[in-house]
Design a protein around this ligand. Structure first.
Ligand SMILES: Nc1nc2c(ncn2[C@@H]2O[C@H](COP(=O)(O)OP(=O)(O)OP(=O)(O)O)[C@@H](O)[C@H]2O)c(=O)[nH]1
Ligand SMILES: [Mg+2]
Length: 291
């Protein structure tokens, strides 16, 4: 009987959670950017090994703020690690421990019995692995602490071995060829959002969400999908559109190129920009966007 486990990944914004999920799953499951708070949903990535499957739940970075969007993101994260069989606590070795890391460690104390810790970014010259280890071992004396570089893909086998050794026999939740369970409509929106984050990182990365409108199939099997880039204010429309439409064109072309790598049919995008002033503060709207 194979082993299986749901493994929630918890960590501060930009700790490298999504990079790690992608490295483990061998494909782009979850979007990555240098902007903290890139991930907004509990995104699942599946690793199939001879021992069995591990289902990883990427989560939004744990960030302390009373804004409604942040509260919602934190709820997604805490729900994910409360429900999971194992919790992988990822600590960024390049950043000093601060109040946010302390608050996350307090929240994780509820799941200390099923926690595996990993110090990430050990490839970086700025990494202080000793300080990160000391912090974790003081708070979670029983937890194993691994070291890895999600970016370079090092330390992953030891991590999987540590997780399997703490997993029990269980069912295979997904067909073996699955490496994620996301619906195409959501995946496409996320890829578009990644390009927005990369292009608007200094201006308005958190002001935008991507809304699916509709799609049609061409005779050749290609998909034409329409999405709206929704901003909070009229003045932000121009930033996303760019001079002469240059920014939205770059977002579209880069997203289409990535989608070509992921899907086995061509996807063409039609992107428009519209304003929704309260998408980040309206609880009902947030429920549809953050889940
Ligand atoms: N040097 C180095 N950089 C890394 C490593 N892992 C991730 N990064 C970088 O850290 C930044 C954030 O990575 P993400 O994977 O988006 O981080 P995250 O924890 O998912 O962030 P949120 O979704 O915002 O919570 C990106 O610029 C990554 O390239 C690593 O092992 N080494
Ligand atoms: Mg992420």
């Amino acid at each position: 009987m194979p082993k299986s486990a749901f493994v929630a990944i918890a960590g501060r914004p930009s700790a490298g959670k999504s990079t790690l999920v992608n490295a483990l799953c061998g494909g782009k499951v979850s979007i990555v950017s240098p902007v903290p708070q890139t991930t907004r949903n509990a995104v699942r990535g599946i690793v199939n090994r001879p021992e069995g499957p591990l289902v990883f739940l990427d989560t939004p970075g744990f960030h302390i703020s009373d804004k409604r969007l942040n509260l919602k993101l934190r709820e997604v994260t805490v729900d994910a690690f409360s429900d999971a069989d194992l919790v992988l606590y990822l600590v960024d070795a390049t950043r000093r421990v601060g109040p946010e890391e302390e608050a996350l460690a307090v929240a994780l104390s509820a799941v200390a019995d099923r926690l595996v810790a990993a110090v990430n970014k050990i490839d970086s010259p700025d990494a202080d692995v000793g300080a990160a280890r000391a912090f974790v071992s003081a708070r979670f004396p029983a937890a194993p602490i691994l070291e890895l570089s999600a970016l370079e893909g090092s330390g992953l086998e030891a991590l999987l071995a540590a997780l399997f050794s703490r997993s029990s026999e269980g069912p295979a939740w997904y067909p073996e060829e699955f490496y994620t369970d996301q619906e195409p409509v959501f995946r496409i929106a996320e890829i578009i959002r990644e390009k927005i984050m990369l292009h608007t990182r200094d201006e308005l990365p958190h002001a935008v969400y991507v809304a699916y409108e509709d799609s049609t199939r061409g005779a050749d099997g290609s998909l034409l999908a329409r999405y709206d880039l929704v901003v909070e204010r009229e003045s932000q429309k121009g930033i996303v559109i760019g001079k002469g439409g240059s920014m939205i064109k770059a977002i579209r072309e880069e997203a289409e190129a990535d989608l070509g790598e992921i899907f086995d049919y061509a996807i063409r995008l039609k992107l428009s920009v519209r304003v929704d002033p309260d998408w980040k503060t309206n609880e009902k709207k947030l429920r549809d966007i953050i889940f």
